[in-house]
Design a protein around this ligand. Sequence first.
Ligand SMILES: Nc1ncnc2c1ncn2[C@@H]1O[C@H](COP(=O)(O)OP(=O)(O)OP(=O)(O)O)[C@@H](O)[C@H]1O
Length: 562
Amino acid sequence: MPEPSATADDPDRTRLGPAPAGPPPPGELADDEFGNALPAGTRLEEFELLSVIGEGGFGIVYLAQDHSLHRRVAIKEYMPSSLAARTQAMTVSVRSRRHAETFEAGLRSFINEARLLASFDHPSLIKVHRFWEGNGTAYMVMPCYVGRTLGEVLKALPGPPDELWLRALLVPLLDALETMHRADTCHRDIAPDNIMILEDGRPVILDLGAARRVIGDMTQALTVILKTGYAPIEQYGDMPGVKQGPWTDLYALASVVHFALTGRTPPQSVTRVVTDKYQPLVRSAAGLCGPAFLEAIDACLAVLPQHRPQSVAELRALLAAPAVGPAPSAAPPAAPVRSPPPPPQPPPPPLRATPPAGSPPAALPRPAAARSSGLWMAAAAVLLVGAAGLAYRLGRPAHAPTPAAEPAPVTTASAPEPQPAPAAPPPPVATAPAAPAASLPGSAASAQADPVTVSPASAPAVARTPERKTPPPSPPAPPRSAGNTPAPARKAPSDESPTLSPPEVSDRSVWSPDGRPPKVIRAQPPAPDYVTQLKCNDLLQKSALGDPVTDAERSFMRRECR
Ligand SMILES: Nc1ncnc2c1ncn2[C@@H]1O[C@H](COP(=O)(O)OP(=O)(O)OP(=O)(O)O)[C@@H](O)[C@H]1O
């Protein structure tokens, strides 16, 4: 049996089982490998478990045979291993009575997530066929997707993907997100390891990780709730006037693009509030994609939610700006191509520590190389941000357990079969040999109930824009050329802090974290201390860790941080 693998930086320590391609050899589910997993051959309703696909910190995913519909499926069992274990034959029990409430809240969340996902039918959004409660836990039945995570796919690429590749990836993902947003919901966990690229190239957004968020929130396990490189500031806690919405998912998706292009995520949003070292892609990835595309992605990565596109439709409009270079042909390219480089751009504003003129441009790191240094930085940043998040959260009133949206009396539900994929978008990548899981940044903190709803005003049901003047490439997107575009020079990080203004708030409907209908809140004055508080948290943390604090920072602390 193949060794289960754990990505070095996977905070959830997901252990992957064998590829779900066929029935496992006898005895594949050895107890010592998947201690909590049910053995092969176990019957759950009309399903027979065949093998373990993977085990995260909050669930086990099995390959199973549906004996009723004669097809392979994946079944996810709610199993938060830190709180519960399999005690008797099939029953899952909490390890201790003090965990009961948290376990139960996670279970409700799991069920709510299953119900929510069952209500969608989009080829790029994970489909839940049915779910039920039993054995002290709950199960959700999904199609068994065969492919690799986007993180794995990116890691296997020889260099950064080009604009056509990225557009082919984004088009279906944006459609899928829009489907959720139209239902007043957002995903809030978009990251490369949560997007699967199927064998035909179709990307599928996987689960929402609702149970993980609720349990992490209740146990104050700050480092397992958020994927810090992908989470915008509004996911770090309840802040007056700062709401989650479609712009939250757009930030995460743009971070995915940033990761694909540069091999690293943007600086963590919460640290950007203090000192924004973000280098816009329009400069840092110039030459890899057209400026219009990069500007659209940069716009999604604005620190403050109100500075980002507010909906998928708005982002589409930005992306619709004509791409530079010849329009991609509908026919498969004869050879791997990369988007032609954009015309010369005005030189970027001077940055400190700019390499001397004439020095060779630092090559954009290949994803693999970049990721190893990104991993190191992510580890340090997780510590900092986890602590900053903790400081921030400690400043908040104690937070009652946040059960999922509503009690879920449903014990069994089924969903319609998925429709055939309507004109599935072009595959972004050719299937490549299996690669080890990509190194991805870790997680940190959040504090919201699941799922979040969005008001129609926040996410207007938009008529599909007749956008895409640059048609997405319909052929299988080429893996990439061997670097026929000069790699951009890497800029030294800017030390300049952005001019921070408090969040602007206007009258509008807002996301409601508890599933209630959206309400309109009146415009309020912006929370005056929001930015200051975050900055203070960061500085206090720096000082507590013995990190150097400048005179200016010290005087800021004396003046502002009480
Ligand atoms: N429907 C599916 N088909 C095929 N593989 C799946 C499916 N759902 C999940 N997987 C895979 O199973 C593994 C475990 O999934 P799971 O959602 O438990 O992982 P995770 O997101 O790391 O866990 P958690 O968030 O619970 O810590 C992952 O590798 C995931 O890609």
